[in-house]
Design a protein around this ligand. Structure first.
Ligand SMILES: [Zn+2]
Ligand SMILES: [Zn+2]
Length: 360
């Protein structure tokens, strides 16, 4: 039996209508209203002042607004798809049904009412801060959102660039994520908010402190697109894949229904969603499995985890393995509360130098 099979359950389900989440962002009308107002406003500006607001070398502003509409819809649709899979196929779940049962004063993923109130506020701040970040980047960095072209380079080259871009993105996000676990302030004031969900469902994907989402957009997407720019079509494809990947790893299931994870599982050291599930399960004790896409960096930097958190491990070999890995990682110089940020600062410096050269 593979280690993955140890965490698959066939316990009878709780009726689906006791679980199903709202299609609207966070189930929060204010957030949905804000989103309609901001993206609708941008669309109106782009539509009526079409020739005045476009940045040379970038996609037209109207395409950026379309980009926001389409990916907002994709997040909602794919979230519903993954949650349907979760409820329809209990055998593929990574944690037992009882962990997801609605407990008194806790939601399906294990959060308390005050935590949920805080999350709703941060959802709203995430929405506003991400919107202004995206629009600011459009005007400050010409060509960042690549314009469509008549012809593109050879397909093998474009695919290689996509893979490279994703590994660079994953590197920045890996070190930031690791730093947020290792640095006591980063953990307490920022990243612990995301970890209130102990048995995540896809709805919890972007439910972070707003600055966690903001930072990831910079150290992940921004740095990668500056260092390894994608063309228009692959830029769209990359964002779409990233949305699926993020939602899948919080889906609570690990199987062929996780389309993007299944497609990339032949890459070296690739992860499946259960790896990130375990990362949530152990709270701060789970100082391992930080990679966002792929899985390569966890293996390179010694934080790949192959079993459940020691407190929740079901077999003695899991427990032993988890304890050994945690001791090893605590002794590493890369777990210094501030030095652990140096790899991502180096990537940022490289991106700044390249940008300066590009804009000169
Ligand atoms: Zn984490
Ligand atoms: Zn997560």
């Amino acid at each position: 039996m593979s280690s993955k099979d140890d965490y698959v359950y066939t316990i009878p389900d709780i009726p689906w209508r006791n679980h199903f989440s709202n299609l609207l962002f966070s189930g929060d009308l204010i957030s949905t209203g804000l989103e309609l107002f901001l993206v609708g406003g941008l669309t109106t500006i782009a539509w009526f002042k079409y020739y005045m607001v476009n940045v040379a070398g970038s996609m037209p502003l109207l395409e950026l607004a379309t980009f926001m509409w389409i990916f907002s819809a994709q997040r909602r649709i794919y979230n519903s798809y993954l949650e349907s899979v979760y409820f329809a196929f209990p055998a593929y779940r990574t944690q037992p049904v009882k962990e997801h049962a609605l407990k008194s004063k806790k939601d399906l993923v294990g959060r308390e009412p005050e935590q949920l109130e805080t999350i709703i506020k941060h959802d709203r701040m995430t929405l506003v801060s991400q919107f202004f970040l995206d629009v600011s980047i459009y005007f400050l960095i010409p060509g960042y959102y690549p314009a469509a072209k008549e012809t593109y380079g050879p397909m093998y080259y474009r695919i290689l660039m996509l893979i490279l871009n994703h590994y660079v993105m994953s590197f920045g996000m890996y070190w930031t994520h690791r730093a947020l676990h290792v640095n006591p302030y980063g953990w307490r004031y920022i990243h612990s908010f995301h970890h209130w969900a102990k048995h995540p469902l896809s709805r919890t994907t972007y439910q972070d402190h707003w600055f966690d989402n903001f930072g990831n957009a910079i150290v992940g997407h921004l740095f990668a697109q500056i260092l390894v720019p994608l063309d228009n079509q692959f830029f769209w494809l990359s964002r779409s894949l990233r949305i699926c990947e993020s939602l899948e790893k919080h889906s609570g299931v690990s199987c062929g229904f996780n389309i993007v994870h299944s497609a990339q599982r032949y890459f070296p050291f690739a992860q499946m969603p259960h790896h990130h599930d375990w990362h949530h399960e152990g709270h701060k004790g789970c100082n391992y499995t930080f990679t966002s896409i792929g899985g390569l960096w966890d293996c390179v930097f010694g934080t790949r985890k192959t079993g459940r958190h020691p407190a929740l491990a079901e077999t003695s070999s899991d427990r032993k393995m988890a304890n050994t890995e945690q001791k090893t990682s605590k002794n590493s110089v890369l777990n210094h509360p501030w030095l652990c940020l140096s790899p991502v600062l180096m990537v940022g410096a490289l991106a700044a130098v390249k940008l300066k050269y590009q804009l000169a």
